[in-house]
Write a protein that binds this ligand. Structure first.
Ligand SMILES: Nc1ncnc2c1ncn2[C@@H]1O[C@H](COP(=O)(O)OP(=O)(O)OP(=O)(O)O)[C@@H](O)[C@H]1O
Ligand SMILES: [Mg+2]
Length: 229
């Protein structure tokens, strides 16, 4: 998929400016930037949850509906129903995709270590448990493009490992992801390329190598210290 010269306005304010970005199947890209830089907005544009004011979104060979079906979304507002149990939440989403086989759902719950609490209502869950369930929810329909907005946020060390393992397994099967994270070093470990956003613009791109990390961090620190881009 490709964004060409995309501009986004929210409340008449420019939030993304002149974005040129491409994401090929199977590629894992880290999106880095300060609070308010536009990372979540960029993910929402790519997910076609919000429309750009101008510019083009090109998705090779797929219409909007087909594209959305190929996507698994993990956003901080977790799309979970608090009064339903963990399993009922997954069943609900599975039905939206016209499937109804509980077997894979139990496997997913096991992958995120929630099988023992599958029949507990979500409102009894801790923040980390909800986060793990929202990750399972995003995977219900077997998407091959994952949009991950701070998915490690709120996870303890063990849950973090669980998610890393789950992503690695998907990646080995050709699934790609966009990963927003404030832990830049961690994001570099999990991706092959990183882009730095600042005030709605992509200001730097780097391969996820140690040299790429040093270059990107130098640029990022410079920007965080209030210097102009
Ligand atoms: N619904 C909205 N209406 C108006 N402005 C918005 C809206 N959502 C976001 N913004 C503005 O857009 C800018 C980018 O927001 P965005 O949520 O994309 O940032 P972010 O990089 O994800 O930040 P964070 O690291 O805090 O999650 C911010 O200045 C924010 O105030
Ligand atoms: Mg955000």
């Amino acid at each position: 998929m490709e964004l060409k010269d995309v501009h986004v306005l929210l409340n008449d304010q420019p939030v993304l400016r002149s974005i040129n970005f491409s994401w090929a199947k199977g590629k894992c890209i880290a999106i880095i930037g300060a609070n308010g830089a536009g990372k979540t907005t960029l993910l929402k544009v790519i997910s076609q949850l919000i429309k750009p004011a101008s510019g083009e979104i090109q998705i090779a060979g797929l219409n909007e509906k087909e594209w959305k079906r190929r996507l698994g979304l993990v956003f901080p507002a977790s799309f979970l129903y608090e009064d339903l149990t963990a399993l009922e939440n997954l069943v609900f989403y599975q039905k939206l995709y016209g499937q109804k086989n509980e077997g894979p759902l139990l496997g997913l719950l096991e992958e995120v270590n929630l099988l023992p609490v599958k029949d507990e209502p979500v409102h009894t869950f801790s923040k980390g448990m909800k986060q793990r369930l929202s990750i399972a929810r995003a995977l219900v329909h077997g998407p091959d493009y994952l949009i991950l907005d701070e998915p490690f946020d709120g996870l303890d060390l063990q849950s973090k490992k669980t998610l890393e393992y789950l992503l690695e397994k998907r990646r080995n099967h050709g699934v790609g992801y966009l990963l927003v994270s404030h832990d830049v070093r961690h994001a570099f470990e999990l991706c092959e390329k990183a882009v730095l956003l600042n005030s709605g613009r992509i200001v730097h791109e780097a391969p996820c190598t140690s040299e790429g990390y040093i270059d990107l961090m130098a640029r990022y620190s410079f920007l965080l210290n209030g210097e102009s881009a």
